[in-house]
Every structure is written in structure tokens, then in C-alpha cells.
Design a protein. Structure first.
Length: 138
């Protein structure tokens, strides 16, 4: 995993387009992509994953004084067999620990979305109960 400053590249957008179409049957818009991921309002980085010199995945990460937060992770669809989402979580946890951060957030988790089910494998964790307005440990 390479951690880099946020930097738009066509190569990254092309992977995002492919990923959006394959996983969500959605077309990607370059303006929305740039606005969503490249205007950092908090300290933000991108992670990049290479295999044999080829960029196969990347993620967007926010950082606070106590935590690292996974914002979004994308991979080339022909590498989905590698479980890159799970791998990225492990690498980002290691990175958070190396920075001396107290917490790591997996980002949004929607139980009914099978694309997010891999996040449920990491325990213990806290979920925010929106109805009650508080965090609950799992």
C-alpha cells in the first residue's frame, strides 16, 4: 500500500468507472467524482495498491487527531477474487497503528448491502444507532 496526497489521475477515474458499473450498475461522472473525493475538508489521503507494477485498487482515507477513516475503496473488477476490500482494511489498520492513532473507522456499513458484508468480519466494532443517537459496541 502506498499512501499519497489526493491527486486526480485519469487512470484512477477509469478504475472507478469500471467499478461503479460492475458493482452498482451505475455510470460515473467525472465532475461528481472529483467533487466527492478530491476536495479535502479534513486531512485526506489516497491509498494505492499495485500488483506487478499495475494499479489494481485505491482508496480514500480521512484522518483526524485520533482516527483514520476509510471513505471509499475501489478495485479493478477482474481482481475481485483477491478480496481487496478486506486487504485494504488490514493495511489501513496497520497504518493507523503506525501513526499512533486510537481508532480506525471502516466507513459506512449497510447490513442489507452484500457488497459491504466483508466489513462485518472485523470485531469488535461500534455501530451508531441513528434512532437512539448513540454508539453501541458489537
Amino acid at each position: 500500500m502506498l499512501i499519497k496526497p489526493l491527486e486526480y489521475r485519469e487512470e484512477i477515474f477509469n478504475i472507478y468507472k469500471e467499478h461503479s458499473l460492475d458493482r452498482f450498475n451505475q455510470t460515473a461522472n467525472i465532475e461528481d467524482f472529483i467533487e466527492t473525493f478530491f476536495y479535502d475538508t479534513v486531512p485526506a489521503f489516497q491509498s494505492e495498491y499495485y500488483l506487478n507494477g499495475e494499479l489494481i485498487a485505491f482508496g480514500f482515507i480521512d484522518m483526524s487527531s485520533e482516527a483514520l477513516s476509510s471513505v471509499y475503496f475501489v478495485f479493478k473488477t477482474n481482481y475481485k477474487f483477491l478480496s481487496l476490500g478486506t486487504y485494504s482494511i488490514i493495511k489501513e489498520i496497520e497504518y493507523a497503528k503506525s501513526l499512533g492513532l486510537k481508532y480506525y473507522y471502516l466507513g459506512y456499513y449497510i447490513k442489507e448491502n452484500h457488497h459491504m458484508s466483508y466489513k462485518n468480519k472485523f470485531k469488535p466494532y461500534d455501530l451508531f444507532d441513528w434512532k437512539r443517537g448513540k454508539w453501541e459496541g458489537i
